[in-house]
Write a protein that binds this ligand. Sequence first.
Ligand SMILES: Nc1nc2c(ncn2[C@@H]2O[C@H](COP(=O)(O)OP(=O)(O)OP(=O)(O)O)[C@@H](O)[C@H]2O)c(=O)[nH]1
Length: 553
Amino acid sequence: NIEENLAQLRESNTYDSEKAFQLIQDLQERLDEFVSNEQKAQFYIQKSYFYILKSENQKAKRPLELLLQLPGVSEDTRLAAYSLLSQVFMSLNQYQDAFNHLFEALSIVPKISDEALQFNSYYAAANVFVELEAYDEALEYALKARDIALAMNDNPDQCYSKALIANIFLFQNSQHDHEDRLKEAIDFCKGLNLTVVDAYLYKNLALNYFNHEQLEQSELAYNTALKKSAETGYLPEILQMKLGLARIYLRKGELEKAKANIDEILQEPALQEAGMNRKEATELLAKYYEMNESYVEAYDALSMLAEIQDKMLTLQANKNLAYQKVKYAHLDQNAQIQILDHKNKLLELTHQVEEQSKRNFQLLSVIVLILLSGISLWLWRVKKQKERYQRLSQIDDLTNTLNRRYALKLAHEVHHESLINKSHYCVIIFDLDYFKTVNDKYGHAMGDWVLTKVSQCVKEQMRAVDVFGRLGGEEFIVVLPQCNSADAKKFIERCVKCFKDIEHAKLPDDFEITASFGVAAKTNGESLEELIIEADNAMYKAKRNGRNQIQIY
Ligand SMILES: Nc1nc2c(ncn2[C@@H]2O[C@H](COP(=O)(O)OP(=O)(O)OP(=O)(O)O)[C@@H](O)[C@H]2O)c(=O)[nH]1
């Protein structure tokens, strides 16, 4: 119901001001029934608009101020409020407020999506700039409004903006541009049935006739324009038509008719004190008295005219000053906002850079870690490889005992120690008996197995300082530091026992692992090589003597 009444109010505001007044009274009493602040805001807009049309600007101001205090009102509606308030303040000659609200409105415009409202705002702004005689700005915003109307494909709005553009050129005294644009507007608006624009166009037509002394046609056009303006109820335009008519009557010498029109204008309660319409009406009044030969009244009227002009000049000066002040305040504000924006961007960038370097650092750490692990792994592998090579170069693969070369090297060290400590040591060389038979009878793999087992046996009897190695084939060497031949003998006996105990699961029962041992002990200054030869000789002696025995050199 409220929504319906609001729609009716919107319509009546343009076509039926009495009905609009009734609706406003009614809705004002039912404010409690409104469902949202947005709905209330819509009502305030229409209420204010009603008073604006009646030029009752003080009354138009309050609803808009109430609206701007309401929380939760959409940007679109706030924009409309700022826009209207700006117009209201302008009419009240409160220019600084007017411009502040205008700039406020213009700063919201790009943020909203409602193109119709964008149009209205630019259109209203253009009108304010016209009022301010800032025609370049007026044209800028009128063109913006026209572009939006064009984009919306909205013919009435295109018509309004085209008419306004033509008007601006008139004010700018660009006669040529004005006529071109006027023609364009008339062509475009033809048939659209827009009362406001029709009134405006008729007024222009009337003015043209008047300038060409075609007074009858001019009067007719003004009357039509007046009728159209009366329909819209827009007072400043109505007064313009009445002024035009008064001018015609004076020219035609119909003085009383002229006077009636002039009086009507001057007695209009909403007539602005120091406005263009009062000025022109007073001018015509002076002319009327002059033509009537009432020179005293004419003089009074002229004095009044001078006063109005003075006031208008002061107002215009104030208006310009206020405009410049607000404009520069806003420029300053915008500059500061830009500086803040830059600062914010800078902070954001710094933050990004910090984040990036943090990420880079993390990445670097990971890379370093990976590299370090890689290097460590590589070093470990190299170490292992080295160890493996070292082992390979020192160990006999099959028996896992020292190989010949390394065993002899360690034997040399034992020899060297014995020289330093003046101690004894023994060299044992032993060779397995009839080993060829093992290979021949039971296969080479069995031979290998026997070699491994025999080595294990010897190792089990050894001390940590003893040296044991494979000289080749089935021949081995043992070096026992700090030992004499008796010790060596005992050692060999332990080995022999172990050979006997080697599990015979894989060998036939009658097969026995035996070896021939040769021992050489260092007693005097023998060299290692001499000892090895002596042990070898002893071992051969053991072979010759029937094997499976120990021979001490
Ligand atoms: N299975 C195996 N056999 C080997 C290895 N090295 C040498 N032999 C064999 O050992 C045998 C040595 O034979 P010989 O030198 O004739 O001596 P033997 O048969 O042990 O006889 P005596 O030494 O005189 O008691 C040869 O048949 C070699 O092939 C080895 O690593 N594994």
